[in-house]
Design a protein around this ligand. Structure first.
Ligand code: SAM
Ligand code: SF4
Length: 365
């Protein structure tokens, strides 16, 4: 009953004259769009399914002595499905599964199947490092996964080892090939742009992606590394990456901007083919168009990658004494609270900015 104390009235009345009150309560939240104080309408949730990973990329995780959450703290597939069903009533239409490495969760396709079956959800996407993709690509496709982003920072085995602190480039390449083979369309490759590391990778990656007709997106390095080593100078800006690309492969032509809430600005090569995206989160923040919220693997809502505050929903999703309606109301209230306190932007580069306490693998990329 402890969690229900704040909702004691709801739980109490459930036994007595619950229905009328429940109906009133749900009607206050149901279908209310998630609009923040700056007028941004939120339709997308990034859901982390684990803080564990089979790599140790230096920009995201410590190399050793990583303290993972105990398994009983991590939301089950049932709980995630329940959560998504609830937020779909608040206008969420797109879900991206991430982590940690999502494919280390047993039978992730089962979650994809559950989420794809939720009527209002139009898109279930996945971001993966690709290491386990070759075994799982077909099942994920069959389960209804709509989109796939695969992280690939380099085509050089030594550089891969330097970044990921593990071997595995061949597995990632096998994963990409499997994803193509089973028929995923619009696969995107994500490459992180870090000064001193990425410069020599940019052109080979672009040629690799162009040949395979995959979109390649360059993401600016953000202050989310576990060691807190990030410095502004480490960011190889999208503008610099573009110059390197154009010097080697010729001019890039901007593509018309479709959905303004999508973070990448896209180009094609003037000489034909290739799709290159730039996610310039640091040098050209797109916070004013942000429509995303995040759920951590242990069930906390974050309204920004860099948010200092979190809103717990696991306590409600796990509360068996409350009526389903009361749980729904509590979860919706939490989501609304998170949205209501969203800031205008991440503030990187301002005097007030401090990086979050948690690194990327704990938040969910
Ligand atoms: N393990 C999966 C993967 O690597 O694709 C999913 C989780 S990972 C945290 C999601 C994305 O976040 C990856 O594309 C990764 O490159 C990116 N990422 C990790 N740390 C980052 C950082 N400090 N700045 C910018 N992007 C980062
Ligand atoms: Fe793992 Fe992805 Fe983080 Fe690399 S970026 S350590 S693959 S979660």
């Amino acid at each position: 009953m402890s969690v229900c104390l704040s909702t004691a009235a709801i739980c109490f009345v459930y036994g007595a004259f619950s229905l009328e009150i429940m109906n009133q309560m749900s009607s206050t939240n149901d279908n209310a769009p998630l609009i923040d104080p700056f007028g941004r309408v939120h339709t997308s949730f990034r859901i982390s399914v684990t803080d564990r990973c089979n790599l140790r990329c230096f920009y995201c995780m410590p190399e050793e002595k990583v303290r993972f959450r105990p398994r009983n703290e991590i939301l089950s597939y049932e709980e995630i499905e329940r959560f998504v069903r609830i937020v779909s009533r608040q206008g969420i239409r797109k879900v991206r599964i991430s982590g940690g490495e999502p494919l280390v969760r047993t039978d992730l396709w089962r979650l994809v199947e559950r989420l794809s079956s939720i009527k209002p959800i139009k898109e279930v996407a996945l971001t993966t490092n690709g290491m386990l993709l070759s075994q799982q690509a077909q099942k994920l496709k069959d389960a209804g996964l709509s989109r796939l982003n695969i992280s690939l920072d380099t085509l050089n085995e030594d550089t891969f080892r330097k970044i990921a602190r593990r071997d595995g480039l061949d597995l990632v390449l096998d994963g990409i090939a499997a994803a193509e083979r089973v028929g995923f369309e619009n696969i995107k490759l994500n490459a992180l742009s870090i000064r001193g590391l990425a410069e020599n990778e940019i052109v080979p990656l672009a040629e690799f992606a162009r040949k395979r007709e995959l979109e390649l997106r360059f993401i600016e390095f953000m202050p989310l590394d576990a060691g807190g080593q990030w410095q502004t100078d480490d960011v190889l800006s999208g503008g610099e990456v573009r110059k390197i690309l154009e010097a080697a492969l010729g001019p890039l032509v901007p593509l018309p901007r479709g959905d303004a809430s999508l973070p990448a600005v896209e180009y094609r090569f003037a000489s034909g083919g290739g799709k290159i995206g730039f996610i310039n989160s640091v040098t050209e923040p797109f916070c004013d168009q942000c429509n995303r919220l995040r759920l951590t693997a242990e069930g906390k809502i974050r309204n920004c990658l860099f948010s200092k505050e979190e809103w717990d929903v696991r306590q409600f999703l796990r509360h068996e004494d409350c009526s389903p309606e009361a749980v729904d109301v509590q979860v919706m209230d939490r989501v609304q609270a998170a949205v209501g306190q969203k800031k205008a932007g991440h503030g990187i580069g301002t005097a007030e900015f401090t990086p979050p306490q948690r690194s990327m693998h704990q938040i969910g990329g």
